[in-house]
Design a protein around this ligand. Structure first.
Ligand SMILES: Cc1cc2nc3c(=O)[nH]c(=O)nc-3n(C[C@H](O)[C@H](O)[C@H](O)COP(=O)(O)OP(=O)(O)OC[C@H]3O[C@@H](n4cnc5c(N)ncnc54)[C@H](O)[C@@H]3O)c2cc1C
Length: 504
């Protein structure tokens, strides 16, 4: 069996296939495994996550336990508080896994908003519980009970439907009195690549309750720790992987998959292929002859926003110094979004192919504060990202990347005076870099938009969400296939199970 793509989903799938006794090889085009779960020494002595920094959904599943990844060297540290909102006026609000601690933190600034946040999480929790069992493929009484509570707490079927169909910006405007909570909750929701005004995006703001349930997690040594542990487990199960092995074609003979061809011209025969790259690329570009008919039309129509992520890796000799900072503030994500309007504007600009205005919607992770393996003593790794950077930029990225990085750094400086002076080196990673290196169409971090119509049983299309394709022996997985994107692994696991079942 062949697996196309050595991101975490491809590796998870390969481990499940090998565990079931299959002879499996993963083919990865890059020089290293991991895809969106890679860590590199971008600056000498400083190791930075190139993309994903927090592995949360996978930590809500039993994949790591089933594959015994801890024995293969995977260790996660909790980032608590999971998010700290640092406002330009010096206000700091901390979002801990513990709801009461979070409510107390908000109450230090505004007691009414704190009460509203508690009510928000109370309504969101059963929705998230029901969604989590859907993501994990669990059915049964637990899920039904959560759905019943979600209905009861959110105004019955019509109330819940109205909630889920809303844009999160609109919903948060109704539920909160100011940007004190709205802005940080929006900033977190935006990581799904969803704008505050996107219909059906409320689910991402409700997802805030997920972090109170599961927490936020950093892999020791960086995101690569997950990919490396999966590769070690795969080897121990008898599976293989090859890097520098770019797949050019997936061949079929009649209605059955027959093998693949690498860009080098090498051909490998196989009666089963699991694709863990973008499903549109797999079935419309690599598959020969490609998918056709209504299934192809539905796949071609899958949407992918132009607003994606841009990253600046900054090596420093100090953590960003927030005047209102307290110990622990550097454990998790640090959000620099002052208003929902500013965030919405950033997305609107990116959709139009322009760079967001100042202050650039920016967030930071400072993982060296938690994990000393990442930087020399006394030095730090500051990962800055903008969740609303355009993939296609008017005038091109080449002449604008450095200036945009300066503006992201200025956004931090405005909240952490002295940050710029603490910088010893920096490296800019544009959406174009990600698209080129990972072969992500449109540099989309989730392969395709995560919108209500492209989530769960609709991801990427109703037909392909079951992982099967019209070609026998060919299944699809990856961030763009059910249930969801990000570091979850569920797509890879389910696709492996579907393939094993189809082969009897
Ligand atoms: C800046 C940024 C920050 C992010 N932060 C987070 C986060 O904190 N938490 C989170 O959960 N998610 C985050 N994400 C999203 C997450 O990284 C991705 O959704 C996830 O990595 C997708 O995993 P995957 O295994 O499905 O696909 P990928 O990681 O895309 O892996 C696919 C692999 O296939 C390879 N490939 C492509 N074409 C071919 C071919 N023709 N032949 C062979 N190999 C091929 C690619 O090189 C790649 O290694 C972030 C993304 C970005 C860009």
């Amino acid at each position: 069996m062949l697996v196309v793509g050595g991101g975490h989903n491809g590796l998870v799938a390969a481990c499940y296939l090998a565990r079931a006794g299959a002879d499996v090889t993963v083919l990865e085009q890059a020089d290293r495994l991991g895809g969106g779960s890679r860590t590199e020494e971008v600056v000498p002595g400083h190791r930075f996550d190139l993309h994903s920094a927090a592995h949360n959904i996978i930590n809500a599943t039993d994949i790591a336990a089933e594959l015994r990844l801890a024995d293969a060297g995977l260790e996660y540290l909790e980032m608590d508080p999971f998010s700290v909102a640092v406002f330009r006026n010096g206000t700091v609000v901390r979002f801990h896994r513990d709801v009461e601690r979070t409510v107390a933190s908000i109450a230090e600034v505004d007691a009414d908003e704190a009460r509203r946040y508690a009510a928000w999480i109370r309504g969101a929790t059963p929705v998230v519980t029901a969604m989590r069992s859907g993501i994990d493929g669990r059915r049964g009484p637990g899920r039904l009970a959560a759905a019943a509570v979600a209905l009861a707490r959110n105004g019955g079927p019509m109330g819940l439907a109205g909630l889920l169909l809303s844009p999160y910006g609109k919903l948060l405007a109704q539920r909160f009195g100011s940007d004190l909570v709205r802005a940080p909750v929006s900033a977190f929701a935006a990581h799904a690549s969803a704008a505050p005004d996107a219909p059906g995006s409320a689910v991402f703001a409700l997802w805030q309750a997920f972090y109170h349930q599961v927490g936020q997690w950093h892999a020791v040594g960086g995101a690569q720790g997950l990919a490396d542990a999966l590769a070690r487990r795969l080897t121990s199960l008898g599976g293989r992987w090859r890097t520098g092995a770019a797949v050019r074609r997936i061949h079929r003979r009649g209605a059955r998959v027959s093998g693949i061809e690498l860009e080098s011209g090498e051909r490998l025969g196989a009666d089963a292929v699991l694709s863990a790259v973008d499903p549109g690329v797999a079935l419309l570009e690599l598959l020969d002859p490609p998918l056709d008919g209504p299934d192809a039309a539905a796949l071609r129509a899958v949407t992918r926003s132009n607003a994606v992520q841009m990253v600046v890796h900054v090596a420093t000799d100090a953590l960003p110094s927030y005047p209102g900072g307290r110990p622990g503030d550097w454990n998790g994500l640090q959000s620099y979004v002052d208003s929902v309007a500013g965030l919405a504007d950033g997305f609107a600009q990116a959709r139009a192919g322009r760079l967001p205005d100042d202050p650039v919607p920016t967030y930071a992770f400072t993982p060296s504060a938690l994990d000393p393996t990442l930087a020399p003593p006394g030095r730090h790794t500051v990962y800055l990202a903008c969740p609303s950077a355009p993939f296609r930029l008017r005038g091109g990225w080449a002449g604008q990347a450095a200036g945009f990085a300066d503006r992201m750094i200025a956004t931090v400086e405005a909240r952490a005076p002295g940050f710029t002076a603490s910088i010893t080196a920096r490296s800019v990673r544009t959406p174009e870099d990600m698209a080129d290196e990972l072969r992500w169409p449109g540099a989309h971090p989730m392969h395709a938009d995560i919108s209500l119509d492209q989530l769960g049983p609709f991801r990427p299309t109703r037909a392909l969400a079951r992982h099967r394709t019209p070609v026998a022996g060919l299944v699809v997985a990856g961030a763009g296939v059910a249930p969801v994107g990000g570091i979850a692994g569920v797509s890879g696991r389910t696709a492996a199970r579907v393939l094993l079942r189809s082969l009897g």
